[in-house]
Design a protein around this ligand. Structure first.
Ligand code: NDP
Length: 526
């Protein structure tokens, strides 16, 4: 049921606070909801195309990375034919949705935020079970999605209002932002709620319709979000839900001539492939497809000799191992001044050794599993390569027998051109690299093909100024960790092979889903 209490007048945007799980009432709520959601594991979910539920012969399933034998959800294996049908359904819905007043679309966004607040622990539980997020990480993901609802809704109200133009005598001129058309939303699994929902809401609040193709590792979180959109009353066909392999069904969605834009977040390889397919004009296609492609990272934290080493060690540990190093913003390189190299390591290692690794649903663990078997294999291969390239300080292998657990791993004395210093590992592996001086540290930091996040710990304002000028990343942090960007506060997106710098959660973001139409009227003709 929709709540009539949801109004458009909600005051200034404020970030949704994250839950403190040291409080008994929050722990109890999370434990209870985990039990409730456990009873719903293993359900089957249809494709939703134009509001119709569609089942296919072939199925796929998503499993719990903490307990791989546990099935989280069973899904339809969408075919190319059904992908085409989904785009047609979104195109049909666009004819109606594009004329729904912006205020009404904004209202839906606020309503989704309200429902998410009410069902927050359920979303947290699905994130724990399906993506191996610990309680705090899951709650931060849900809170970020609530922020996207609240932030983009307000942004749309701003963009729907009068836009400033230079006056021209004898003419009445105005500029309006109109939607693009049908979009394909392709999110990753690592912020299965926030990124999936954020890209979807940005697209629909601006008047577009979409086909959402969630990651094959996190379709249940997306199915739960669909349930919330339905509860909020979002009309049929505005958001279509399509599961299936990215390499076939995903490509069919991207290449369809009626697809007007693609909002993608994921690996560099998939992003580049999507960019390539989208650039090719298909028979019957009458526009250049717009692509928002947010991709990987090889993020670094520079620790200068003039830094507070306790705070730097804490920041590096948190950034490297929060959510098992599976954040695009995760620190995978600590570039440390030779002058304090050993001292920094002494402070870092006990922090890493103290991190508890285990099933994500156990609220006492700091780290859960990595996402799937193939990720585990790749990460362990990187660790083996790293052991040859440097000196293993802690971790170095799998942990336990059940679940995809990997020890938080730190490898020191890594050279700038080493494999583990250049390639995105996307797991709990930190390379520690010595730097001769600050120039050298900046050179190493900028020496990969990526440019997503970075941080510098130093008390020297001149060095911080230099980093501001020369550290070439989309999100630079000074004397703090390089993860944990907040909606509205730290608009997020990277340079170089990290993507198109779309700055999700910022004032420019919705413009990527809109086109501007200018109407100039000659008043003398009246
Ligand atoms: P992938 O690139 O493997 O997958 C992302 C999405 O793309 C999935 O839905 C996937 O579907 C789909 N996909 C894959 N290949 C194609 C294709 N050829 N055509 C259409 N769709 C396709 O990334 P991950 O899900 O593993 O996510 C991790 C990556 O995301 C990391 O590189 C990380 O850095 C990056 N990331 C970047 C962020 C940023 O803001 N820059 C934020 C978060 C993550 P399927 O699962 O079915 O293959």
């Amino acid at each position: 049921m929709t709540s009539p209490a949801t109004t458009l007048d909600r005051g200034e945007f404020k970030n949704e606070p994250v839950r403190d799980f040291s409080k008994p009432e929050n722990r109890a709520a999370m434990e209870q909801t985990l039990k409730k959601v456990a009873a719903e594991l293993g359900r089957e979910y249809p494709l939703i195309i134009g509001g119709e539920k569609i089942f296919t012969k072939e199925k796929t399933q998503s499993t719990n990375p903490s307990h791989p034998n546990q099935v989280v959800g069973i899904f339809q294996k969408g075919t190319v034919e059904l992908a085409n049908q989904a785009i047609e359904a979104a195109d049909k819905a666009f004819a109606h949705w594009k004329i729904v007043p912006a205020a009404k679309r904004v209202w839906y966004c606020f309503e989704v935020a309200e429902i998410l607040r009410r069902r927050r622990f359920e979303m947290n539980a699905w994130l724990c079970y399906e993506t191996g997020k610990t309680w705090t990480e899951a709650d931060a993901d849900t809170a970020e999605l609530i922020d996207f609802c609240e932030f983009y809704a307000r942004e749309m109200l701003r963009l729907a209002g009068p836009q400033k133009l230079v006056p021209n005598a004898g003419e009445k001129n105005h500029l309006v932002y109109i939607p693009l058309g049908v979009g394909v939303v392709i999110p990753p699994w690592n912020f299965a709620a926030a990124i999936m929902g954020g890209m979807t809401l940005a697209a629909i609040v601006t008047g577009n319709t979409v086909v959402v193709k969630p990651s094959s590792d996190s379709p249940t979180v997306a199915a739960f979000f669909m349930e919330i959109l339905n509860e909020a009353g979002v009309p049929k066909g505005v958001v279509n839900f399509f599961t299936g392999p990215g390499s076939t069904a995903g490509e069919a969605l991207v290449s369809h001539p009626k697809t007007r834009f693609i909002a993608f977040t994921g690996s560099m390889q998939a992003g580049l492939r999507i960019g390539e397919i989208a650039a090719k004009k298909q028979p019957g296609q009458i526009w250049i497809k717009r692509t928002v492609l947010e991709m990987g990272g090889k993020d670094a934290i520079i620790v200068d000799e003039e830094a507070d080493l306790d705070s730097a060690a804490e920041g590096v540990a948190q950034s490297a191992f929060g959510y098992q190093g599976q954040k695009c913003s995760a620190c995978s390189r600590a570039i440390v001044s030779e002058k304090i190299y050993d001292k920094f390591i002494e402070k870092l290692i006990p922090r890493v050794k103290a991190m508890k690794v285990g099933p994500a649903e156990d609220g006492n663990n700091f780290m859960g599993p990595v996402i799937n078997k193939s990720a585990m294999k790749t990460i362990l291969e990187y660790i083996e390569a790293g052991k040859k390239e440097g000196r293993l300080l802690t971790g170095g292998g799998a942990k336990g027998t059940d679940g995809y657990f990997i020890e938080p791993t730190v490898i020191a004395d890594i050279k700038p051109n080493a494999k583990i210093a250049q390639e995105e590992i996307f797991g709990p592996v930190l390379a520690v690299m010595p730097a001769k001086d600050f120039d050298h540290a900046l050179e190493i930091a900028n020496g990969t093909e990526y440019g997503l996040t970075g941080a510098v710990y130093s008390k020297n304002p001149k060095k911080l100024e230099r980093a501001t000028e020369e550290f070439h990343v989309g999100n630079l942090y000074l004397n703090r960790k390089c993860t944990g960007a907040k909606v509205g506060v730290h608009p997020f997106g990277g340079f170089n092979m990290s993507g198109t710098d779309s700055k999700a959660g910022g004032q420019d973001y919705l413009l990527l889903f809109l086109q501007a139409k200018v109407i100039a009227e000659n008043l003398a003709a009246k």
